[in-house]
Unconditional design. Structure first.
Length: 86
């Protein structure tokens, strides 16, 4: 019985993570034909990958399908800004 419960929990975790990644805002380099929605920014991140992931999540929360990073910087803590698009 415990094995079945564990399998169900593992299955739910994989299903949830696949749904989340399937609808994540995608980073783009060309924005021709996309409709801008605004700008999002993040800070206090340790790596450029963390900045990109956090910008994608913020874009998701705003209902954007795409984002283009327009700035990344920092020394000990990194920040980033992106334009979001429909």
């Amino acid at each position: 019985m415990l094995a079945k419960v564990s399998m169900v929990i593992v299955g739910c975790v994989f299903y949830t993570s696949s749904i989340t990644s399937a609808f994540s805002a995608q980073e783009v380099s060309h924005t021709q034909g996309l409709v801008p929605m605004g700008v999002v920014s993040v800070g206090q991140k340790l790596t450029p990958d963390e900045v990109t992931t956090a910008l994608s999540k913020k874009a998701d929360l705003k209902g954007a399908r795409y984002f283009k990073i327009i700035s990344v910087g920092g020394r000990n803590k990194m920040y980033g800004t992106a334009t979001i698009y429909k």
